[in-house]
Design a protein around this ligand. Sequence first.
Ligand code: THU
Length: 162
Amino acid sequence: MKKKEVNLIFFQGILSELEQCDQELVNNAISSLKDAYAPYSGFQVGASILLENGKIINGSNQENVAYPSGLCAERVAIFYASSNYPNIKIIKMAISVQAVDFNINDVISPCGACRQVMAEYEENQNYPVQIILHSPNNDILIVDRVQDLLPFMFKSPHLKKH
Ligand code: THU
């Protein structure tokens, strides 16, 4: 039996320290969260994806009175990207958040289901997707690949590599 270790490298800072193009992506996520349909949770999330062709895809969380039917912002954005630009690499995703009736002081990190979905696209495209997390007080946390957020992701034995 060998002891093994998983290392997590992440970057912490503030929005103004990011390169201009990354600040723009975060600003897209901030604008997108205003389009969230989140009457049940009051928790608005925006996710903006930069594609290899320079296009930016925006998503926000969409809820439903039949609660499990709703979808997180990250999956709204990534499913749209894959549906409309199926063979274009996803370079990075910025995620921002705001709550209607309470303050959020930390960045929020994608839920487990979104991590699994994001990780599979990352795996298929064989190229890391940088994740930029943004909080309402402009704190930033960055990981350079989804895999870092989900070590030991579930991989289908039938998964076809494109
Ligand atoms: N939500 C997201 O959109 N992304 C996350 O990473 C976490 C949660 C949404 C789902 C639901 O509409 C609301 O936030 C409260 O959980």
